[in-house]
Design a protein around this ligand. Sequence first.
Ligand SMILES: [Zn+2]
Ligand SMILES: [Zn+2]
Ligand SMILES: [Zn+2]
Length: 430
Amino acid sequence: MTERIPCKTEGCQATILPTTAVKTGGYCMPCHQEQERQKRQAYIEAHRKTVNQYEGLTDPVDVLKIMHAPRVYDPLIQYAPYPLSMEEVYLSLSADEAARMLNHAIEQLESGDTDEAETILMSLVCYLNLDIADVLPTLMEHDLYHASILFKDAPADIRDLLIEQAEADDDRRNHLLLILSWIGDCEVVSQFQRWSLTPPQWTEQLFVEPEHYALEAGWELTQAGERRSLIHNHSYAIRAASEEQACTAEADTAHFLQESRSACPWCSRKLTLLIDVDTAHLSLRYLGLPFERLQVMTCEHCGAYGTLYMELDQQGKPSWSPFNHLPVLPSPDLSADSDSDLSRARLILADVPHSPFYTANWALSQHNSQLGGHPSWVQDAEYPVCPCCQQHMSYIGQLDWEDIEQYGEGLFYMFICIEDRITATVYQQS
Ligand SMILES: [Zn+2]
Ligand SMILES: [Zn+2]
Ligand SMILES: [Zn+2]
């Protein structure tokens, strides 16, 4: 039997064969591999260069082109970040610069880089609400129907083509019905009504009725065949306050994430006022609420497992609604409670409105917290039904936990039925 020798690393208990010792210089394989790893790491650290691709650039279009271009991973290169986020650069574009960015997307599309082209088009449409009707024939030529929101401003001739195609094209019908929902004009509404009254045979292949697709674009078809909007175009971002803003006195217009005095009857935790906003603010004025503040309350714990309703009294004070039905809650996880000690960002309401479609695509990189506009559904659209009038409730805004806590995730979406003075929250996460 060959005699084994101890590994040379101090404290290592392993023994090795003499042949291994020759190869590794006397170390066991795990120790040898660790030494090699450390050597590689030291080499990388000694030779890594920071590359600033944005150095000297003053044109935001050039900056965006670099941001969108794919990067080759190289451990020896560390890329310096740009001081603004992609969404901030988009917001800074002049009309002329936005048009140049649109041209760049068309070039990418024609050279076959459809992913990059789509992300650029999506950003232009969502962040800037840019009309890209001229590009739609090119999108159709390249069979790009899945980014349905891009078609929202389609002119009548293209809309009619898309309606015809939805009737005939079994493979693309799902995307085409979403596209028609985003267009959502009188002709689409009448078409959805016709399909609802006399369902074509192909509706059997769908999971839901054609008119149900409208919810994804923020509206529904009423019994009378009319369009009823479930969203509002006045939209304001809710953002973490900058250090400077955090030092100034808190404005009274809007407060977020305050602890309520009442407790959740299911889990006994304190309920949370997600928002407490002056009803005269432009983001809420359209609701015509007969009280001064709109407070949307939920249980951060139980609200993650189902719709939670709160009833508003004459002054707008919310209280737990008897319509709430206990969802199937997981067994109490007490460790999760320590999370509530995590520091949270102080949120403030933006001074100026943003595009109503700003957060409509959850897959883009923007911050999602806002009042008004279109929800950014992580999953399918989920407008709760008012327990009093059985109608879909209107969306009033959302808070994204990524904007609030360091490792936060998931969104609380907020809704209201004005007639019945009931609010609701729904939670989704990836
Ligand atoms: Zn060893
Ligand atoms: Zn609870
Ligand atoms: Zn109602």
